[in-house]
Design a binder for this molecule. Structure first.
Ligand code: ADP
Ligand code: MG
Length: 227
């Protein structure tokens, strides 16, 4: 078996604000394989977003380790982290986070431009075709529906073929028809692109596309269910 692409080893995260300590994650160990979808489920405040931020190397554990392709994220320097975030990780958020002054195509192209990749327009167009929005290439976010914006966001997240796709409540702001389209694309991200998809969700329909459901409560894992 291949080594896991993403691994959390005895991860604890403590936030300190105004002299108060809050333990958001406690002693979490989890491994994530390529070409699979894991759903993190549990009520608001249980630590899902905190875990995703650590998994995407946007933040670091207070103790324990996060390994991406065997590299301990907290041991990387700023340049290495920038490369890691730009080339190996893609992010999808509940509120899409598209840049309002860029067209759909430009939003999708942006990660490639930042990574200095050639052929960025061709690849961005190809991804827009994949999400079924080729005809919206020149549209600005305000001209798109929520479902269309999220499909653009998925095209952007996958444009550099990242090994890891982090999705935080990706259907939390969508109607059921748009949710279905978005979930199909997330499944394809794992199936067609071989990404390791880690998704936080409240939705049973979203959790149902995952091969594994990790239930959390108060910063701890309560159950892991595989299907
Ligand atoms: N940046 C932060 N600073 C302080 N506390 C935080 C921060 N982010 C999250 N928390 C707290 O950590 C806990 C877990 O939050 P979060 O990871 O956002 O949970 P979820 O995504 O499951 O709703 C909550 O109690 C939240 O208030
Ligand atoms: Mg959250």
């Amino acid at each position: 078996m291949n080594p896991p692409r993403l691994e959390l080893r005895r991860v604890t995260k403590i936030y300190r604000t105004n002299g108060q300590k809050l333990e958001a994650l406690r002693d979490i160990s989890l491994a994530f394989e390529a070409a699979s979808v894991t759903a993190l489920v549990g009520r608001s405040g249980c630590g899902k977003t905190t875990l995703l931020n650590l998994a995407g190397a946007m933040d670091f554990p207070t103790s324990g380790e996060v390994l991406i392709d065997g590299a301990v994220t907290s041991a990387l320097d700023e340049d290495e982290l920038t490369v890691l975030r730009r080339k190996r990780v893609g992010f999808v958020f509940q509120f899409f986070q598209l840049l309002p002054t860029l067209t759909a195509l430009e939003n999708v192209e942006l990660p490639l431009l930042l990574a200095g990749s050639p052929d960025s327009v061709e690849i961005a167009n190809e991804r827009l075709r994949w999400v079924g929005l080729e005809d919206k290439a020149r549209a600005f976010p305000y001209q798109l529906s929520g479902g269309q914006m999220q499909r653009v966001a998925i095209a952007r997240a996958l444009v550099h073929s990242p090994q890891i796709l982090i999705a935080d409540e990706p259907t939390g702001n969508l109607d059921s028809a748009s949710s279905e389209q978005v979930l199909r694309l997330l499944e394809e991200s794992a199936g067609k692109f071989g990404s390791t998809v880690v998704m936080a969700t409240h939705s049973p329909e979203a959790a149902a596309i995952a091969q594994r459901r990790v239930r959390m409560r108060d910063g701890q894992i309560t159950t892991v269910e595989e299907s």
